[in-house]
Design a protein around this ligand. Structure first.
Ligand code: URA
Length: 443
């Protein structure tokens, strides 16, 4: 395995030999390449970048290092990926809603690391929910229910697992082609026809500016399209949390409220927007507007909720408990012993609800991990009573922190700093900032 010639090509800005690149990834996936050589290659990519074409080859080789789901002809196979936000709970609603609308959704998701929560941690707040599905079990679940949500595992793109762990310790995480290949390889291994990407942008996102978010979106769209997956990216703002609930069990409650037909509009709008674009990309004669109507209808009439219940039962939740969960989620999910509410200190507009600060405090109190194997508290998090742009009166509740441990003075000060109320008026914050697609992508 001649890693040196690959590195020289990257340094010179000339294309790496395709067969050598494929062989490099294969050796990585099989654990046959010394870590020092893989590190040198990663550092070269991180420093000099590689072309879209090479990113496609790299991604394809990473897919081929593991299992790939295959599907009989029929309903479109679709999924979404989000780059991670605070209160980002869309997958729990999107998967069953799209299944009701006639799609198959074999969703692979991750656990939270850093300040953002993970879909798997949210689902595991539900007693009995099993996210450990083999590729065969995923296929059986999708055949039975139309959707499943499983944790990423070594069967899928194992070369990514090895490279990611080396990136983690070699300061090479923040590289567009490496992030792209890592994310798209796992999604493409699901055997997708179409993919929607939610690229977060703002103070609580990995991409802080619209330019950075757009560059990542373009890289992922071009690579996924290069692999034959119709792909659209939606860049959305990540300054205040999404919806009204933040934290693992609390976010499940909000999802159920949305599927009961009366949830928060911010959350609903994001899900409808993501679902509509997938329906329009994959179904003949379905426009974005039709897609929106299909999504809104299944959230309103209870069919998405019923499908969510079926998914829970298929993935190990006792049927009576699943029934109770979708009726009164608070009676099934864990709840924290303590609640502390921040009140508005004056009349005015809500200028800031700082998502990053909420995530930091919730993580400190157990809602997130500091190390990969940390056990997290499902019941810790926030409920928001107001959103940015709302007008509030003195002493109105703004946010409630749900916690297990008592708060010390530092926590109490930090909690106060999450909200900023100003006497001057302010506008509601726009969530959807921009759509990125390849010219050939419908719609
Ligand atoms: N998520 C991934 O799966 N890989 C990355 O490189 C970054 C985020």
């Amino acid at each position: 395995m001649d890693v040196e010639s690959l590195i020289h090509s990257i340094e010179r800005g000339s294309p790496q030999d395709t067969e050598s690149l494929k062989s490099f990834v294969q050796h990585v996936g099989e654990g046959q390449l010394p870590i020092e050589q893989a590190t040198r290659w990663l550092k070269a990519v991180h420093r000099h970048g590689i072309s879209v074409n090479e990113t496609v080859i790299l991604t394809e080789a990473m897919i081929n290092s593991g299992a790939r789901l295959t599907w009989s002809s029929g309903a479109p196979v679709v999924d979404k990926h989000s780059t991670g936000g605070v209160g980002d709970k869309m997958s729990l609603i999107l998967a069953p809603a799209l299944a009701v609308c006639g799609c198959r959704v074999p969703m692979l998701a991750g656990r939270g690391l850093g300040h953002t929560g993970g879909t798997i941690d949210k689902l595991e707040a539900i007693p009995g929910f099993n996210c450990h599905l083999s590729p065969e079990a995923m296929q059986a679940a999708v055949d039975a229910v139309g959707c499943c949500i499983a944790v990423q595992n070594e069967a899928i793109a194992p070369a990514d697992g090895v490279l990611y762990s080396i990136r983690d310790i070699s300061d090479t995480i923040d590289s567009l082609p490496l992030i792209t290949a890592s994310i798209i390889s796992k999604k493409a291994a699901e055997g997708l026809e179409a993919l929607v990407l939610d690229v977060k942008c703002g103070s609580a996102a990995f991409m802080q500016t619209i330019e950075e978010a757009e560059a990542l979106a373009r890289s992922m769209v071009n690579t996924a399209e290069g692999l034959g997956i119709r792909t659209i990216a939606q860049i959305t703002s990540m300054d205040q949390p999404i919806g009204t609930h933040v934290g693992n069990a609390l976010e499940v409650i909000e999802c159920i409220e949305v599927m009961q037909g009366h949830g928060d509009n911010d959350t609903k709008e994001l899900v409808v927007m993501q679902g509509a674009v997938l329906l329009a990309m994959t179904m003949d004669d379905v426009s974005i507007e039709d897609g929106r109507n299909m999504m809104e209808t299944c959230l309103k009439n209870g069919t998405a909720l019923e499908r969510f219940k079926m998914m829970c039962i298929q993935q190990g939740v006792e049927p009576e408990l699943a029934e109770e969960l979708i009726r009164i989620p608070q009676s099934v999910l864990p709840s924290a012993a303590n609640q502390t509410t921040v009140l508005a200190h004056e009349d005015g507009g809500v200028h800031d609800l700082n998502a990053m600060k909420m995530a930091v405090l919730a993580r400190k109190h157990g809602a997130g991990r500091f190390k990969r194997d940390d056990v997290i508290a499902a019941d810790v998090g926030f409920v928001l009573h107001a959103k940015m742009g709302d007008q509030v009166h003195k002493n109105m509740p703004i946010i409630t922190f749900h916690h297990q441990r008592d708060l010390d003075e530092e926590d109490l000060n930090f909690l106060q700093e999450i909200t900023t109320i100003g006497s001057d008026s302010c506008k509601p914050v726009k969530r959807h900032l921009k759509t990125v697609k390849r010219d050939s992508t419908k719609p």
